[in-house]
Ligand binder design. Sequence first.
Ligand SMILES: [Zn+2]
Length: 299
Amino acid sequence: MTVHDAHCHFFSRRFFEALGREKYGAAGGATVDAVANELGWEAPGEPAALAARWVEELNRHRIARAGLIASVPGDEDSVAIAVAAHPDRFVGFFLVNPTASDGLEHARRAFATPGMRCACLFSSMHHYRLDDERVAALFEVAAAHRGAIFAHCGYLSIEARTKLGLPTMFDLRFGDPLALASTAARFPGVPVIIPHFGGGFFREALMAAAACPSIHFDTSSSNDWIKFVPNLTLADVFRRAIAVAGAHRILFGTDSSFFPRGWRKVIHGAQRAILEEIGIEDAARAMIFSGNFDRIFAA
Ligand SMILES: [Zn+2]
């Protein structure tokens, strides 16, 4: 069966540099290698080399296409290099802060670049509401370019920051799926992806999806937010998400990010087993593992 991964992070040099600057200051001179070493991760090399590393990894696991996320604002060029080199394998996603003075301009430039298809919002990190007019302005840009929006909701933790002892100044109240739904409803032609089934705001994410047909979920990560809900299992989550949103609005993803760990096969194994367990039809399974991704990000 064809498998696409809707959620992989492209941890480029710029990503490591941003972390190094934050930890050691602009003049601290922490090199990419030093930060990678501290994390116990491979240094990424140049974007073209990192892209080749990813292609090799996807080949090894027979993954056809992947959404590749530029994971700090302003890093869309790194992913654009990867996408330009491997347009049949990668779809470009890029983190943008629509409340930053240059946020919209970055989004416009990125969406105008071939293969760059999805703007990613981390409102808890950048402290804005998802029903803010500046978010609507970003949706307008996405609509004009037939792009998509990815909006992280719910619980947020970033492994690299935790490992480096960087403060996480997140305000989780900003990750509200219902605020997202109120903006998404104004732009019915813009596909919206909420990762990790809403990351703990599962009920709200389901309500958002019920209210708003453009809202999709990705299944990525270990989804350990289920620990916030007594007795909830990931099988329950899949069952309920399929019942409310339908299999046509669920995209398989892993949240893979760094090497040497590479592609998170274990996530795929666990989720394949769950879909087996809950007995969904082959057609629905094919939508989740590749069809929905191909529909939103038609080559
Ligand atoms: Zn992620």
